[in-house]
Design a protein around this ligand. Structure first.
Ligand code: NI
Length: 235
């Protein structure tokens, strides 16, 4: 009989953890294990197992899990406890429809307030994306580029929601970009978007963003319905 490998066995704990650091050590350790796929989507994380693994009480474990839930890396599921979240949660089309609503509103509020250094930073991310081949880095730069255009939107809660969505996408790209056959993300949309922002053309920039995100959902939906994705499909 083969035994299912325990995902927690990939986690190495070096010696006793000082009590005041316990929550942040547990949080950081689990976050990187989730992000690099050592703990796969759908894994249930039991508080007592984690407390035993880290040699701590359940209290810091509970706090760390709460932080990871707030970062949309875990979902709390009835009778299962904390479960590692799927890469794209629910329906990709719905996820993107919401992103378009939130991000176009942030762009509308932010574009008139962007200053030269914001625009320079956005251009820098596009340049970096041009030469980057590492999938993890591509996902990160894409998120930073988008955020750099929304950053002056005065509504902080709106920006937090947007950042959650972008983090989710970053995680999805990290695992699937290669299988999707996308060596790189197309930079044309990004450049056009930046130009419209530089011109303070709010209407065009919103239209370009909608176009960009709609194309994203098309590519992702096609990929998720293809045989290549079947083995990787999220829960
Ligand atoms: Ni993009």
């Amino acid at each position: 009989m083969t035994q299912k490998p325990n995902p927690l066995s990939s986690i190495k704990v070096n010696g006793p953890i000082p009590a005041h650091l316990a929550r942040s050590v547990i949080e950081e350790t689990l976050r990187s294990a989730i992000l690099d796929g050592r703990i796969p989507c759908g894994t249930a994380l039991r508080q007592q197992d984690l407390a035993d693994l880290f040699g701590v009480s359940r209290m810091p474990v509970r706090e760390a899990l709460r932080q990871l839930e707030a970062q949309a890396l875990l979902n709390v599921v009835a009778h299962k406890g904390a479960v590692v979240a799927a890469l794209v949660q629910g329906d990709a089309a719905e996820t993107y429809a919401l992103r378009i609503l939130l991000e176009s509103e942030a762009l509308r509020l932010s574009v008139p307030l962007l200053d030269a250094s914001d625009l320079e930073q956005a251009a820098g991310y596009i340049d970096a994306l041009e030469t980057e081949n590492d999938f993890t880095e591509i996902g990160r730069l894409n998120r930073l580029f988008h955020m750099s255009l929304y950053i002056k939107a005065p509504n902080r809660r709106l920006l937090k929601l947007i950042e959650d969505g972008l983090n989710e996408e970053e995680r999805f790209l990290r695992f699937n970009l290669e299988a999707m056959g996308l060596g790189k993300l197309s930079q044309e949309d990004h450049r056009a978007l930046l130009r419209a922002a530089e011109d303070r053309d709010v209407e065009s920039s919103v239209k370009l963003l909608e176009y960009h995100l709609n194309r994203g959902v098309e590519v992702i939906t096609r990929y998720l319905n293809s045989p290549a994705a079947l083995n990787r499909k999220t829960l």
